[in-house]
Design a protein. Structure first.
Length: 270
C-alpha cells in the first residue's frame, strides 16, 4: 500500500506531462475510483488544459491544470501512476488516461480502493486539500500537536496511532513498524505510557523515517538499505538487522494490521 514516499514517487511519474495540454481523456466512467467525482466534468474540462504542477500531501496527490482545474488522487491499496508513450491504448485497469504530446499519463488501480477527484477552483486548491492536517515534515507538525493527540488516545497502541491519518498523514504500515523498531518500543505500547520526552522522540522519529523514505523511495525508488527493518520484515529468515541483535522478528496482527517487531530490542513498557 503506497505510503508518503511511494506516493511522492508516483507523483513524479507524471512529470513528463508538465507544460503539455491534455489532448484527449480516456476513462472508465463506472469505475469505483470516480465515486466522488463527475466523469462528465473531467471529460468536458480537462481536454485543452495544461498540466502546470503537482504536489503530494501524505497519501494524497494533487495535479493543477490551467483554467483552475484540479485533479486529486489517492492510490488506495494498489493504485499507481506512470507515463506511457504517446498513442498508448489503455489496459483493463487503466481507469484514467490523459493523452498529451509528451506521453499518456496513466492512473491504474486493479483493486480500486483509490480515488480520483476533480474540481474547478480558480486561484486556490480545492477545499478538501486545504483542510488536510499538517504534514509530518512541516512546522505545523508540532510537539504540542503530537502530545495532545497521545493524551486523547491513551489506550491506543502506538503502532495503531501512527496509522491515524489525521495526525500522521502519509504514515502507513511499514513506516509505522520502522518507527517503533528504531525507537525500540513495543508496537502495542499504549500511547498513555509515553511521557513528554518520549512524545518528543516519537515526533522526531516520524520525521526521520519520513525523510529517509523520501530520499530512498520517493527519489527513484532505490532498494532500502539492509540496516532498515523494511528489508527484513518479509524475509523467510526474518532476523532483526540491529547490530548485535539478530533475534527472530515477530509478525502478528495488531488491531487488524500485520505488525513486525523484534522481541529482543522492542520491550513492552513496564
Ligand atoms: Zn532486535
Amino acid at each position: 500500500m503506497p505510503e508518503l514516499a511511494e506516493v511522492e514517487y508516483y507523483r513524479k511519474e507524471w512529470n513528463p506531462g508538465i507544460g503539455h495540454p491534455v489532448r484527449r481523456v480516456d476513462l472508465h466512467p463506472g469505475a469505483r475510483l470516480f465515486r466522488e467525482t463527475s466523469t462528465d466534468l473531467i471529460r468536458r474540462r480537462l481536454p485543452g488544459s495544461v498540466l502546470e504542477e503537482s504536489r503530494t500531501h501524505g497519501k494524497n496527490l494533487l495535479f493543477r491544470f490551467s483554467g483552475g482545474a484540479w485533479l486529486g488522487g489517492h492510490l488506495g491499496m494498489t493504485g499507481e501512476l506512470r507515463t506511457e508513450p504517446p498513442g498508448y491504448q489503455p489496459g483493463k485497469h487503466d481507469h484514467l488516461v490523459l493523452h498529451t504530446d509528451a506521453g499518456a499519463l496513466v492512473f491504474t488501480d486493479p483493486r480500486m480502493f483509490g480515488r480520483v477527484r476533480f474540481e474547478l477552483s480558480p486561484g486556490e486548491p480545492p477545499e478538501w486539500w486545504r483542510q488536510l492536517p499538517p504534514e509530518v515534515l512541516s512546522d505545523g507538525f508540532s510537539a504540542a500537536r503530537v502530545t495532545d493527540f497521545l493524551r486523547r488516545h491513551r489506550r491506543t497502541p502506538v503502532k495503531t496511532a501512527l496509522l491515524d491519518q489525521t495526525i500522521f498523514p502519509g504514515i502507513g504500515n511499514w513506516m509505522a513498524d520502522e518507527i517503533c523498531w528504531r525507537l525500540r518500543w513495543h508496537p502495542a505500547r499504549p500511547c498513555g505510557s509515553l511521557d513528554a520526552g518520549e512524545a518528543g522522540e516519537l515526533r522526531k522519529s516520524v520525521r526521520q523515517v519520513a525523510r529517509d523514505a523520501l530520499r530512498v523511495i520517493g527519489d527513484g525508488w532505490q532498494e532500502p538499505p539492509d540496516t532498515w527493518l523494511f528489508n527484513h520484515r518479509w524475509d523467510r529468515d526474518h532476523r532483526c538487522p540491529r547490530r548485535g541483535c539478530g533475534a527472530l522478528l515477530i509478525r502478528q496482527d495488531l488491531r487488524g494490521r500485520t505488525t513486525c517487531w523484534c522481541p529482543a530490542c522492542q520491550m513492552p513498557a513496564e
